[in-house]
Design a protein around this ligand. Structure first.
Ligand SMILES: Cc1cc(Nc2nc(/C=C/c3ccccc3)nc3cc(N4CCN(C)CC4)ccc23)n[nH]1
Length: 260
């Protein structure tokens, strides 16, 4: 039950599963129920050093409030003098990223299954006015049935009410508010197109030697499809529609607003 006060004594810590930027994740077992969880341990001094209190608090509030089969559960948390502990659902299948590396690329059926799961999970988040903003293979886990789980809501935000993009209302908005418009749901939808490409081809579409080249290719939506692996025309159309349309839609709406 999520109201219960947890402490370190309630858990037996197992092997380390991975080391993130701000904390390590361990396999753990709740002593009484023998229930297996993943325990994410973050040092408070790291929070101070990187000033990420608000981000962690947001991650915890958001992930606790979300209930969806394709979103990793945050069951609760506790802290001691120097650490914060997040009690997370344990996904038995491991990181989707490793599956992708192991197979090189997914079949269209497998890719379609993952994209469908991501789409329903993101639609659910957007209904709750949550934008994840950091969907990438590294943040995707698989459960014991191979079902996709979105983890790590560290970069997600509670979005402001979606403002009308009619010219009039922009007049009264402070510059910083107008700038924030970039953070609307299209950020996550765009990523779906990128992931669809990466699942089918094994690498993201705008990958380049340098960051600046990647940035240029993204801004130009410079999308090209290699001849191998052989990807169906329907899949390529879907990727084009999701990335190119959203890419141009963003610049189009900016130009409308700019022309006001
Ligand atoms: C939060 C969480 C993780 C998790 N499960 C797993 N996480 C990570 C790696 C985790 C990680 C964490 C931080 C930074 C990098 C990686 N690796 C895992 C590897 C697993 N296996 C078992 C299946 N094998 C095929 C591959 C290795 C199983 C679960 C894993 N469930 N819930």
């Amino acid at each position: 039950n999520s109201k219960r006060k947890w402490s370190l004594q309630d858990f037996e810590i197992g092997k380390p599963l991975g080391k993130g930027k701000f904390g390590r994740v361990y396999l753990a077992r709740e002593v009484k129920s023998k229930y297996i969880v993943a325990l994410k341990i973050i040092f408070k001094e790291q929070l101070e050093k990187y000033r990420i209190h608000h981000q962690l608090r947001r991650e915890m509030e958001i992930q606790t409030s979300l209930r969806h089969p394709n979103i990793l559960r945050l069951y609760g948390w506790f802290h001691d003098s120097e650490r914060i502990f997040l009690i997370l659902e344990y996904a038995y299948g491991g990181e989707l990223y490793n599956e992708l590396r192991k197979h090189g690329h997914f079949s269209e059926e497998q890719a379609a299954t993952y994209i469908a799961s991501l789409t329903t999970a993101l639609a659910y988040c957007h209904e709750k006015h949550v934008i994840h903003r950091d969907i990438k293979p590294e943040n995707l886990l698989l459960d014991h049935e191979g079902r996709l789980k979105i983890a790590d809501f560290g970069w997600s935000v509670q979005s402001r009410s979606k403002r009308h993009t009619m010219c009039g209302t922009l007049d009264y908005l402070a510059p910083e508010m107008v700038e924030n418009k970039a953070h609307d749901y299209a950020v996550d939808n765009w990523t779906l197109g990128i992931l669809c490409y990466e699942f089918l081809y094994g690498a993201p579409p705008f990958e380049s030697e340098s960051q600046s080249d990647t940035f240029k290719r993204i801004m130009k939506v410079d999308l090209s499809f290699p001849s191998t692996p052989n990807v169906s025309m329907e899949a390529r159309n879907l990727i084009s529609r999701v990335t190119i349309c959203i890419g141009y839609e963003k610049s189009w709406s900016n130009s409308i607003e700019a022309s006001c």
